[in-house]
Design a protein around this ligand. Structure first.
Ligand SMILES: C[S@@+](CC[C@H](N)C(=O)[O-])C[C@H]1O[C@@H](n2cnc3c(N)ncnc32)[C@H](O)[C@@H]1O
Length: 587
């Protein structure tokens, strides 16, 4: 049932997007944007309803029961918008397919926002996020001495064909339908930001019906006071237990004996769950190995990786990574993104374009001296001028070009602030290692670092050696095309959303590489085609210039005298390009 849930609905819809259909009872009293949000979701069926007199559990459960029994489906989840359930270490479809029972229950935790996160931050995966056992304020009955850190169990996944009926509070079911001995894991989402929590819960308190009060139902709403909410929020903003549980993934949770409602087995269950959530646990390890995590990559959900870059540049040495760069921005929804080594801005503008097209609130910073280095060649102020003319009107609102050395710029960034860091400066082993180590503290716990040129072994390029070292230490993935791009999850909390990438092995990894190579190759091909078409008339202009025969002779001389692949030949060709830049487009 949805009543003024605009804050939480985007999470809810994202979390349950794998379901065939989401049947929503929409309370027409709602005054916020809930209806609009629901109407945009493809798998939602909206049924408008109204309960006279406000929040009344008896009326609500009647509506629930009628609706559940009308639905033609193998299984129905009966959840409120702030309830997120998921099966332990396997896909919901597999889990339910092998159930011989009519009801599956969920062990529900109270989930609170951590201080480092923004409430309802759309860049964070909804669940598993932070689970935290809490005094069970939301059970069906009040119990003063209820153990702290307990969880509650709800029978909330049912076969509708069995005409199962819930009792008010929907924690209990009429009769004795057979419940599965296995539990789903669930989270009841609470706001830890006092202003949001107070507004939300006091609004609900004001809507509790007289009948509810008389029947002592929904006591958690009508007994609540602003002070109690503040106190609860304060407890959770800095709770170290939340950090400890951040690594929670879908895990095996042994079920409680059927019908058990005492705290003892619940406490045992929590203890076991905590044990299992440690990264070293056999179960977590198996979940990783089996690749049964819920973050599977579906390219159709990320059309951004088909966007064509708006920036045109004279060199295409990064271009083939643009689709992956844009995808990364879509998946990670970074709060801040920094690039070290921008040059003409091929990679940087791709990141910015994704931020703009996805309408994210990301802050972007591109750092470069815009003077060049021995590998990229040295250049003049025209490069930054050309970049700024493209960048400022399109991305100036959220992105800053910082003309500085990397070492000077680093002090201006707070520790743990950067979610995506792209290192693409000078490429000797010492320089890359230095840049990585200097900037590492600035990367957030969920942050990733990209390293370009990890597959470039000519001359004194050394990113590949640094990469070999990093691979041993961090979850990572490498692309080998277009000079190579490495991605490491260098923070303490590798982003769950990228587990499909970091855990890909063998054919799966090869398929991912091939996929992004093909997308990237398509971009270089079309850029070359455009250059060839545009080059026709430009070529004529250049050739008509007096300098053309001189430049041509120089080129023949360079090619004849300096062996292919040597540094001297590369320098000479670059110098020639700088003297007569349009010649570069003819190659
Ligand atoms: C390989 S280019 C960057 C290419 C760019 N990412 C792209 O997409 O085309 C390297 C850039 O790093 C800059 N650079 C190298 N070392 C630097 C340092 N220590 N501080 C600032 N800029 C540096 C150079 O000026 C050069 O423009």
């Amino acid at each position: 049932m949805v009543y003024n849930e605009a804050l939480i609905l985007p999470y809810f819809l994202r979390h349950y997007r794998y379901l065939d259909g989401i049947h929503v009872l929409y309370e027409t009293d709602s005054t916020d944007d809930s209806l609009n949000i629901l109407m945009q979701a493809p798998n939602v069926v909206i049924e408008k309803c109204h309960i006279e007199g406000g929040l009344d559990d008896i009326e609500k459960i009647k509506l629930f029961n009628e609706t559940v029994q009308r639905i033609k489906a193998d299984w129905v989840y009966v959840v409120d918008p702030d309830e997120f359930v998921f099966p332990p270490y396997e896909s919901p479809h597999d889990f339910l397919r092998r159930q011989t029972f009519d009801v599956v229950r969920s062990g529900m935790y109270q989930v609170y926002r951590h201080r480092d996160d923004r409430d309802l931050d759309p860049s964070l995966a909804p669940i598993p996020q932070r689970t935290h056992g809490d005094p069970d304020l939301h059970s069906t009955y009040e119990q003063a001495d209820r153990a702290s850190n307990s969880l509650y169990v709800k029978p909330n996944i049912v076969r509708p064909s069995k005409r199962i009926s819930f009792l008010p509070g929907h924690h209990q079911i009429e009769g004795d339908p057979k419940a599965s001995p296995e539990l789903y894991v669930g989270a009841h989402w609470q706001m830890a930001d006092p202003s949001i929590a107070i507004a939300r819960r006091m609004e609900r308190k004001a809507r509790v019906s007289e009948r509810n009060r008389a029947n002592k139902m929904g006591w958690q709403h009508y007994d609540i006071s602003i002070e109690m909410i503040r106190e609860e929020c304060a407890r959770h903003l800095d709770d170290p237990n939340i950090d400890a549980l951040c690594s929670f993934r879908e895990l095996a949770v042994q079920a409680l004996p059927s019908g058990a409602r005492s705290d003892k087995p619940l406490r045992k269950s929590i203890a076991r769950l905590k044990e299992q959530t440690s990264p070293e646990s056999a179960i977590t390890g198996r979940a990783y190995r089996d690749g049964n995590n819920m973050y599977k990559f579906d390219p159709l959900e990320h059309p951004i990786c088909l966007s064509s870059p708006r920036r045109s540049v004279p060199f295409l040495s990064w271009r083939q990574h643009v689709p992956f760069a844009m995808l990364l921005v879509d998946i990670l929804r970074p709060r801040s993104l920094v690039e070290l080594g921008v040059h003409y801005g091929d990679s940087y503008c791709a990141f910015c374009q994704a931020v703009a097209e996805l309408r994210l609130g990301t802050l972007c910073y591109g750092v470069d001296t815009w003077k060049g280095d021995p590998h990229a060649s040295f250049y003049g102020s025209e490069v930054l001028a050309d970049l700024a003319a493209h960048h400022d009107p399109l991305y100036g609102g959220f992105s800053h070009l910082i003309q500085s050395t990397f070492d000077e710029a680093v002090q201006h960034f707070p520790d743990g602030a950067i979610d995506i860091l792209h290192i693409d400066g000078y490429h000797t082993y010492e320089a890359v290692k230095h840049d990585f180590e200097t900037w590492l503290p600035k990367v957030s716990p969920r942050g990733v670092i990209l390293l370009h040129d990890i597959n470039e072994k000519q001359q004194d390029f050394g990113a590949w050696k640094v990469w070999d070292e990093l691979k041993l230490r961090y979850p990572h993935f490498e692309f080998l095309h277009c000079h190579g791009l490495g991605i490491v999850a260098a923070g303490e909390r590798p982003p769950e959303e990228l587990s499909w990438l970091f855990e890909a092995r063998d054919e799966k990894a090869a398929a991912i590489r091939n996929f992004f190579f093909c997308l990237g190759d398509r971009l270089t091909l079309s850029a070359k085609q455009e250059a060839a078409t545009a080059g026709g008339s430009e070529r004529e202009t250049i050739r008509s210039r007096a300098t053309w025969p001189v430049a041509k002779k120089f080129r023949v001389l360079i090619d004849a005298m300096l062996p292919l692949g040597t540094r001297r030949r590369a320098y000479a060709r670059r110098a020639l390009t700088r003297l007569k830049r349009p010649l570069a487009s003819l190659r």
